[in-house]
Each structure stands twice: as C-alpha cells, then as structure tokens.
Design a binder for this molecule. Structure first.
Ligand code: P6P
Length: 287
C-alpha cells in the first residue's frame, strides 16, 4: 500500500520538475494560510500532488502548506494521510536555486507518533528523491526510471553549519552556539532552501541545520506536519537527531521533535537537525 503512495509522489515529482524547467516564476495576488506569497507554480505543484494522492485507495486525506484545512476523501477506506509542502523555497526559485517538495505519510492521524514514512524531492541539476522508512533511500530520475543510489547515513560528527533565521534576531545563546561551530572549523552552507540545505547535510555526512526561536519568530518558521516532522524522521533514520520545542524555546528546554504534539495543522516550531555530536552541543547551549 505504501508503494502506491511513493509511486504517486514519484509521478508528481516528474510533472513538477517538467513545469519548473518551463514556467515563469510570477507571483499570484494570493497568499497561503500562513501568509506566504504564492507563485503560480506553488499552486500547480499543490494540485498535482492532490490529484495523484487523492486518486489512491490507500489515501484517506491530505494536508498541504497551500491548503487551509485537511482535504479528506468522502467514503474512503484508506488509512494513510499525507502531509506535504508541494514546493518549498519559492523565495529562491526565481534565482534558479534548487528547491524541493517535502512529504510525511501518517497512519490514521496527523501526529508525530503516527508518522510512518517521510521524504523529499530535490529539483536541482538532477531530479532526486529521498524516502525514509527503515533506512533513508536515495534515488535519482534518469529521464526514464528512478534509480536507487543507496542509503544516506550521517557521521557522528559533521563539518557543515547551516544556520537559519535572521541573525539580528537570534538569542545570545544561539549566537554563541553558531559561532562556536565556526570557530571549530565548520563550513557555512545555507541557501535558504530547507530541502537542498538538509539534503546537503545528509549527503555530506552531517553537521547542524538550525532554525531557532528568534525575537521576530518565537515559534520558528518551519511547519511541523509537512516540514519539521518529516525531516526529523529522516534524520533519526539516518543516525542523527532532531530536537525542538513547541512554545517559547527561549525559556524551555529542547525535546525530541517526534515526541512533540501540535495544536494546529499549520503550527511552526524551532528546530535543530544534525549529527549526534552537534545536537549534544545544542542541548548544552540551550540547557
Ligand atoms: P530564512 C523557504 O522559504 C523556507 O520556508 C525554508 O525552505 C527555508 O529553510 C527557510 O524558509 C529559510 O528561512 O528566514 O532563513 O530565509
């Protein structure tokens, strides 16, 4: 049953990849439920995912960054719910940087404990897809078929520092943490696209990606159901860790993201993804 969902996501990826190669990147007059401006291709990608996924018997409903509410099928016997960010990184696609789609497959309920598989698609020099279940499997599209490139595994300690959010609004402890990694020789890799930035970490053996609570965004920016939970699942399956907090992380400790509960489907949270060594440094800095 899960295979039919992965197959539908792969077909969606090929369609969206084709559109990205040919479309203009004009903004629409509309914004989505979280107030993000929308490109025409955001809406097209959203419709492609909905069409392929809602056509499956296994799928009972979907939840998207571009939809205000969960879209349930009438009279469905399906048990799976799919949350997705159809095109993450609209703000950088007009600069022709790599962007991506993110998905999480939930069993019966949109909650971290019910997440059973997740992954993402990278629209880059090559069309690639990563799917995490027991392992983190990496594929590329040859133009005719999806070829398995093997598994992605994180080292215990990496070399990349990928710090998100506006530095002017970072807390003092976050500034000290990020600076300490640079003083330790970590390399800055940050494009502003969650998918390519985290894919880079996974492909290059690890490090730290952070999108913290900031004074201008106390609950972070990245959304739990279709961005943070899927990547938390992926990083844990790749041998790393993912921590964050629901609420004001400036004053509360950080917890394992997949133990957290959300109050609304578009809720965002501060998040840290990385190799074990770097995540232990984050826990210390935020103690
Ligand atoms: P900032 C893209 O808009 C996005 O949602 C993620 O893909 C990315 O990680 C983040 O925002 C970048 O945000 O504030 O660092 O530019």
């Amino acid at each position: 049953m899960l295979y039919s969902i992965i197959d539908a996501l792969q077909q969606s990826a090929v369609c969206i990849n084709d559109i990205l190669k040919k479309c203009n990147f004009d903004y629409l007059d509309s914004v989505n439920i979280t107030g993000d401006s929308q490109l025409g291709v955001d809406v097209e990608a959203n419709n492609i995912f909905k069409e392929f996924l809602l056509d499956l018997d296994a799928v009972r409903g979907v939840c998207s960054e571009e939809e205000s509410d969960i879209v349930y099928k009438q009279d469905s016997s399906g048990v799976y719910l799919v949350a997705f960010d159809p095109l993450d990184g609209s703000s950088i696609v007009s600069s022709n940087l790599s962007v991506g789609s993110i998905f999480g497959i939930y069993n019966k309920e949109f909650s971290a404990k019910n997440l059973i598989a997740s992954g993402y698609i990278v629209y880059g020099p090559r069309l690639e897809m990563v799917v995490a279940q027991d392992n983190v499997n990496h594929y590329f599209y040859s133009g005719e078929e999806w070829k398995n490139m093997g598994s992605l595994i994180l080292n215990n300690k990496g070399k990349i520092n990928s710090p998100g959010g506006t530095q002017k609004y970072w807390s003092t402890k976050h500034k000290i943490l990020i600076e300490s990694l640079f003083l330790d020789g970590y390399r800055l890799r940050y494009s502003g696209g969650m998918v390519p930035d985290l894919h880079n970490l996974l492909c290059k053996g690890g490090g730290l990606f952070s999108y913290p609570s900031t004074s201008d965004a106390p609950n972070g920016k990245l959304r739990a159901l279709f961005e943070v939970f899927p990547f938390a699942f992926i990083f844990e399956k790749a041998g790393g860790e993912a921590i964050g907090s629901i609420g004001d992380s400036l004053h509360e400790g950080l917890s394992r993201i997949l133990d957290l509960n959300i109050d609304s489907i578009h809720q965002s949270l501060p998040c840290f993804f990385g190799s074990k060594d770097e995540i232990s440094k984050v826990k210390l800095a935020y103690k």
